[in-house]
Design a protein around this ligand. Structure first.
Ligand code: SF4
Ligand code: MG
Length: 340
């Protein structure tokens, strides 16, 4: 397979006085070249920490304790980002030079002290040997490209003069400044109103198609997943519980958690307004992970004495298709291991 990014057995733990919080506890996933992979799960499942681990942006007292993060850019030697010092020159080159990240709060990510144009020019000049005028021209081109009207005027605007949606477009322009091979978007639409959300998702989809970059898109919103994903990774309490193509996940989900998540979204166009079913119980805190299958207290299919006793196997159902659940133990494909 032609994976630009391949994460294998990643564990990122937070060391607090009470002990280790296993926020990410054995995550394996990959991002093929030119594809969009969505990581979906409720808050606290470790999806953001997984993303931040890739870029060496895990906050104290967190630390990668195991696993590999293979970055395979075209024409370069594969490099294991998990083995790099987050502050090293090499990691700095990857971060913002080859992999860009867009976050949830566009207002907070932009400085109120400088114009959006100045911040964009700074990002461009960090990566490209352009003089001020050339950088300004490229900046205006990028603002136009992310759908900002009258970009010559907006170049001189401050973030507080722009709407949340416009700020997120500026952040996306900044992320594109270095022509990244991979864009990591962590809940980029969550803070926006519904109409703006849809426009930003459309924009990201267009940009992905135009540039051929890969996208790792983190969200809790299955509607967004359906729109943008080629492949889906479902996370629960620090582990990947299911992986598959977007059609497989939506039309043939295997894991009880995925089924429950899908059952909780209202069906569109069904004529009547359907009641939202929610998954019973709450997500436990990662420091309080249930024994056995971490989903067992909320699982309608749980087998007493089995699911609460041992961690379920990660069953390979086909290429790029896995489910971590005892119910599928006998559905193993002939593949011997998870291929990343
Ligand atoms: Fe449910 Fe058991 Fe499967 Fe966990 S292993 S998802 S508890 S059936
Ligand atoms: Mg998050």
């Amino acid at each position: 397979t032609d994976n630009l990014l391949a994460i294998k057995g990643l564990k990122t733990h937070f060391f607090i006085r009470e002990g280790a919080v296993r926020a990410v506890d054995g995550v394996t996933l990959s991002v093929p070249r030119g594809k969009t992979v969505c990581v979906v799960g409720e808050s606290g499942c470790g999806k953001s920490v997984t993303a931040r681990s890739v870029l060496g942006l895990v906050d104290e007292p967190g630390r990668i304790v195991a696993g590999e993060i293979w970055w395979r850019r075209e024409g370069g030697e594969p490099v294991d980002l998990a083995s790099l010092d987050p502050k090293s020159e090499q990691m700095r080159r990857v971060r913002g030079g080859e992999i860009s990240m867009v976050f949830q709060e566009p207002m907070a990510s932009l400085s109120p002290m400088y114009t959006v144009g100045a911040q964009l020019v700074e990002a461009i000049q960090l990566h490209l040997p352009l003089d001020k005028d050339q950088a300004r021209e490229r900046a205006i081109g990028l603002l136009r490209r992310v759908g900002i009207p009258r970009p010559e005027q907006r170049f001189d605007a401050y973030s507080f003069q722009l709407s949340g949606g416009m700020c997120q477009r500026v952040m996306i322009a900044i992320a594109l400044a270095c022509d990244p091979a991979l864009l990591i978007a962590d809940e980029p639409t969550t803070a926006l109103d519904v109409t703006t959300q849809a426009r930003v998702v459309d924009l990201l989809r267009e940009l992905q198609a135009d540039t051929g970059m890969s996208v790792l898109f983190i969200t809790h919103d299955l509607g967004v997943v359906a729109e943008i994903a080629d492949e889906v990774v479902v996370m629960y309490l620090g582990t990947v519980v299911e992986r598959g193509g977007v059609d497989e996940i939506f039309h043939d989900p295997k894991h009880p958690y995925t089924k429950a998540l899908l059952g909780s979204i209202p069906r569109m166009g069904a004529g009547t307004r359907q009641r939202l079913t929610t998954i019973r119980g709450n997500v436990p805190h990662p420091s309080d992970r249930p024994a056995g299958c971490p989903f067992h207290p909320r699982c309608d299919s749980a087998i007493v004495g089995v699911c609460d006793a041992a961690e379920p196997p990660d069953v390979v159902l086909g290429p790029g298709r896995t489910a971590r659940c005892v119910l599928h133990e006998h559905d193993r494909s002939s593949l011997k291991e998870v291929r990343i």
